[in-house]
Design a protein around this ligand. Structure first.
Ligand code: GLA
Ligand code: ZN
Length: 674
């Protein structure tokens, strides 16, 4: 359980009092009380303050900050400060700054910019983490360690190049094995010596960020950079653990952030935490999917909402205010999907540099008489009333959607068939349809056991890793329903094609093979014409992006293409395999199809909606000890009528007992206990 030291939903966030005079902190503390804030994340970017030079450490300011917070009963999320290296370090140890994609050596500046293979960065980041742990491990308010901040970006320096060769040697053993894995017989790339390998960037194999001549090399470079940063995290983790044996350690992730393989990272994290920054027009199902992904990183364990803005961002093109009620709604949405904390960036606004117009609980005016503060304080008091009853409750889903970072890299690095294909969007189509049906859905890794699911969906499973197809076959054989789509089963972990007909290793379970893949020009569509009504699938739907030209070899055709030279060929098939079924969706369908398709699959599997669906109203469930907590959230700008069923249930925010038809106000939230 995350909150064993403070048994309620933690409420607070990033707090940077080193940016203002110490008297202001007294005012802040007074207002924290008013807002029900009980946790502050400190020391996120203070490395240069606590280590003014290579030889000198000075913790006096942090001591004072921690003392003041603790005296006021504010718990502490203590960051190790290594998300931004000090200027003296960049000057004295130039290896800490990165070389960018274009091959330019960076100077000091910005943040999240240290080379993960810099000996100086590794040494000093682990050292400062250890010193902090040694000094503060017994601090009474300390509840969680926050290593660095939002790891990300890649480096292409000489140290990285050298370490990449070492990494590759470890992975492949011999240069011959590497040549085979990387398919270097293409374009005369055969390597005879490890030293001939260079980093893939704009100076060598890549251009435009994700275009490459050699997918295998680029794919491995992404793995290597993700591993290198994870190594930095692990060094700090170890340094902390030497002194602080029982406090949880995390680092803040960024949802579907493309560059790091978070499933691998999560194995090294005691608790997952993440920063949620949707824009005003992000579909709520996308945010829901991302929360579910963060929950899935540790197989369903609750996570921390480490950051969100109370009102607006500063880094988007158009930084709309969160409308009244939206901050509260989105906070409960996080909880509804498994968060056990609600935390902000930031508690007080800075007055200089690039984040001064980023929202905060305490705004520039400096007092509590603001809309944002009032909304924060209302939520704070609700969370106090909720206490610990929701903590550690879990989502019970019968549907799992497979998500895989390495597969995403491969899909997006692939040269052809279409630049319009976006992995995350295709995954979201399925999540969105299930969300609209109020069906609980987990986001799972390719490594996750499929035992607890009835339906497993693997959209665009282009890369099929060792053992995955066998796992799917076993799952379907014993009665599961598996769904995959166009552009699946094509390559192995090195982006080398599995010959003998797509979808390669998934061919047997699906009972089809794909002969060709058509990419549609922008704006062009084809149709999916249902042959005979099946469940809610009937008539015709639109589809696009890619169209696989498939042949059945055992599967039944449910729908066929409506036009073009492949009119009449199958576009939706289902194959009986053992006691289960495997569906193949050969193109990217429209929303109407997705909804009918998911409704049909759920119906065939006896998976019920948590509540009757109402457009714009999201419903999720968490439960523990046989008690269920049903979250009903109205994302609409108008009230919505929801049917709560005949059994009366206690609503935790109002205390009322509710049943039957209920008018849920715009942005309103219910938590029904039953
Ligand atoms: C990220 C960072 C914070 C801050 C916010 C602003 O999440 O972790 O330090 O920059 O963005 O939205
Ligand atoms: Zn580097």
């Amino acid at each position: 359980m995350i909150n064993n030291k403070l048994p309620k939903i933690w409420y607070g966030g990033d707090y940077n009092p080193e940016q203002w005079d110490s008297e202001i902190m007294n005012e802040d503390l007074r207002m924290f009380k008013l807002a029900g804030i009980d946790i502050a994340t400190v020391n996120v970017f203070s490395w240069a303050r606590i280590q003014p030079s290579e030889e000198k450490y000075d913790f006096s300011e942090l001591d004072q900050i921690m003392d003041k917070l603790q005296k006021d009963g504010i718990a502490i999320c203590l960051a190790t400060s290594t998300g931004a290296h000090p200027a003296w370090m960049a000057k004295r140890h130039p290896d800490v700054t990165r070389v960018d994609y274009e091959g330019r050596k960076r100077k000091f500046g910005g943040r999240h910019n240290s080379c993960p293979n810099s000996p100086a960065y590794r040494k000093y980041s682990a050292l400062i983490a250890g010193k902090l742990a040694e000094r503060y491990h017994n601090a009474p308010g300390l509840v969680v360690w926050h290593i660095s901040n939002e790891y990300g970006g890649y480096c292409y320096c000489d140290n990285c190049e050298r370490e990449f060769r070492v990494w590759a040697q470890k992975r492949y053993g011999t240069i011959d094995a590497l040549n085979k894995a990387w398919y270097t017989s293409f374009w005369g790339h055969t390597f005879y010596d490890w030293d001939e390998i260079v980093v893939p960037n704009a100076l060598s194999e890549e251009w435009a960020g994700n275009r490459t001549n050699f997918q295998s090399i680029s794919l491995d470079y992404r793995r290597f950079q993700s591993d290198s940063m994870l190594e930095c995290y692990k060094l700090e983790h170890e340094a902390i653990r030497k002194h602080s044996s029982d406090v949880l350690i995390t680092t803040n992730l960024m949802g579907t952030y493309p560059e790091l393989d978070y499933f691998k990272w999560a194995k090294e994290m005691d608790v997952v935490s993440w920063d949620n920054y949707p824009s005003i027009d992000t579909p709520f199902s996308f945010t829901g999917m991302t929360h579910s992904l963060m929950r899935g990183l540790k197989s369903g364990q609750p996570f921390m909402l480490m950051e969100q803005t109370p009102s607006q961002q500063n880094w988007q093109a158009y930084n709309a205010l969160k409308r009244p009620g939206v901050m509260r709604l989105w906070s409960y949405q996080a909880i509804a999907h498994g968060a056990d904390t609600v935390m902000f960036f930031q508690l007080r606004r800075s007055i200089g540099a690039c984040e001064k117009y980023h929202g905060a609980v305490i705004e520039h005016v400096g007092h509590e008489h603001t809309r944002v503060f009032r909304e924060c304080a209302e939520l704070g008091s609700e969370l106090q009333k909720l206490g610990g009853q929701l903590l550690d409750s879990r989502t019970e889903a019968k549907v799992g959607i497979v998500y895989d970072w390495e597969n995403r890299w491969a899909v997006e690095l692939s040269s052809g068939p279409s630049v319009a294909l976006k992995y995350v969007d295709e995954v979201h189509r399925y999540y969105e349809a299930l969300s609209e049906l109020n069906v609980a859905t987990d986001m799972i890794s390719v490594e996750e056991s499929l035992d607890k699911y009835q339906v497993v969906i693997a959209p665009v499973m282009y890369m099929v890793k060792e053992g995955f197809a066998e796992k799917v076959e076993a799952f379907v054989a014993r009665g599961g329903t598996f769904i995959t789509t166009f552009f699946s089963g094509i390559v192995n972990e090195n982006d080398i094609v599995t010959t003998g007909g797509y979808p390669g290793k998934l061919r047997k379970v699906l009972g089809i093979w794909a002969e060709e893949i058509d990419a549609l020009m922008p704006g062009k569509t084809n149709e999916m014409v249902v042959r005979a009504q099946r469940g809610e699938l009937s008539g015709s739907y639109s589809c696009g992006i890619l169209c696989d030209l498939i042949h059945t070899e055992g599967a039944e055709t449910i729908a066929e293409y409506g036009s073009d030279f492949y009119q009449g060929m199958p576009v939706l098939t289902v194959n009986g395999f053992g006691a289960g079924k495997a569906w193949y969706v050969a193109s990217s369908p429209d929303g109407a199809f997705m909804k009918s398709f998911m409704a049909t699959v759920c119906e065939e599997n006896g998976i019920a909606s948590l509540l009757p669906p109402v457009p714009g109203v999201e419903v999720t469930e968490r439960s523990k000890d046989g008690v269920s907590f049903l979250f009903v959230m109205n994302h609409n700008d108008a009230a919505a009528k929801v049917e709560l069923g005949e059994t009366a249930r206690q609503e935790l925010l109002s205390g009322e007992s509710l049943s039957g038809s209920f008018d849920l106000p715009a942005k309103g939230v219910l938590i029904l206990k039953g």
